[in-house]
Design a protein around this ligand. Structure first.
Ligand SMILES: [Mg+2]
Length: 317
């Protein structure tokens, strides 16, 4: 499998997970498998809870705004990403995370808003910076590990003042970078954990351990630690893209985001060709904040964006 198929698999896989999980958000564990007892049958892109079948949510919408900024600005322009997020938040997306909304609508400048929110609330380790990280991970992967980790932390910090969220996002970026290179991200975990800031390493070591199960989580999976841990668990305990996503959505809770994170990792591991066509067919990403005209991105558009991200940041030869 070539790198381009893995890159496309990561972005399409993330969007598919987002759309697959959205109707089950805040539902109980086991709701997905109760409705769809066996894989491979169809109908799973069912819509509901205000979502059309195949409709992706804020996770993918924010990821595509990051992609547009990176590609149009030719690199990391943090004020530009923040401005795009604000335009998106002001254009009435169907869903937006509480913490993200607080930060984007505070009226404070890009380099102060998230920190100010954290100083007041003290808890700001939601999974909202992790959920949108796939596009930046694709873009910075060819530039290497240091650039990958730095970009992950800085983009996360635009909306999340808690360094715990930065570290989880950095781990995700690095796992995706390794998977795009064809490595096994699970086997690489012992080498990735030491990259986490010492203050946060022990907590990530717990949720990323081979023996950890999502039932062991000490927080709701809308927090960054169990969200990342659950995605890695879903990848570890299954052997196909479809089964990994089924396991992720079946956990209940913040299903769209857990499945979006799982879908990125599984898509990079198994490639675009492993994602069921019956899931990519109805997939569509409405994009508030993209401009005057109504904008909806479908699978062909996602594949094209993934290719441009993968090609766009290579060091000159
Ligand atoms: Mg969402």
């Amino acid at each position: 499998m070539n790198r381009r198929q893995r890159a496309a698999g990561a972005l399409v896989g993330s969007a598919v997970g987002d759309a697959l999980g959205a109707p089950f958000e805040f539902g109980p564990e086991g709701a997905f498998s109760a409705r769809f007892p066996a894989g491979g049958h169809g109908g799973e892109m069912c819509g509901g809870g205000g979502w059309e079948p195949g409709e992706a949510t804020d996770d993918t919408q924010m990821a595509l705004h990051v992609a547009a900024s990176l590609l149009e600005r030719g690199g990391l322009d943090l004020p530009d990403i923040f401005a795009r997020f604000r335009r998106w938040a002001a254009d009435e997306p169907k869903d937006i995370g509480l913490q993200t909304e607080d930060v984007l609508t505070s009226g404070m400048p890009w380099d102060r808003a998230a920190r100010a929110h954290f100083e007041v609330n003290l808890r700001a380790a939601g999974n909202g910076s992790l959920m949108r990280a796939t596009t930046a991970a694709l873009y910075f992967a060819p530039a290497g590990q240091a650039a990958t980790l730095d970009a992950a932390r800085r983009i996360a910090a635009l909306t999340h003042g808690d360094p715990a969220a930065w570290e989880g996002t950095a781990v995700f970026h690095e796992l995706l970078r390794l998977a795009l290179d064809g490595a096994d991200p699970l086997a690489a975990l012992p080498r990735v954990l030491p990259l986490v800031h010492p203050e946060h390493r022990a907590r990530y070591a717990v949720v990323l351990a081979p023996s950890w199960h999502p039932d062991d989580a000490t927080e709701f999976n809308g927090a960054v630690w169990p969200c990342l841990g659950s995605a890695v668990w879903a990848l570890r305990t299954t052997a196909s893209f479809e089964d990994a996503l089924r396991a992720a959505v079946d956990l209940g809770g913040d299903t769209d985001t857990v499945a979006a994170v799982t879908g990125a990792l599984a898509g990079a591991r198994y490639g675009l060709g492993a994602i069921p066509a019956r899931w990519t067919g109805p997939l569509h990403v409405p994009l508030p904040g993209a401009g005057e005209k109504e904008c909806v991105v479908r699978v062909a558009g996602l594949v094209e964006i993934a290719g441009r991200l993968d090609a766009g940041n290579r060091p000159p030869r």
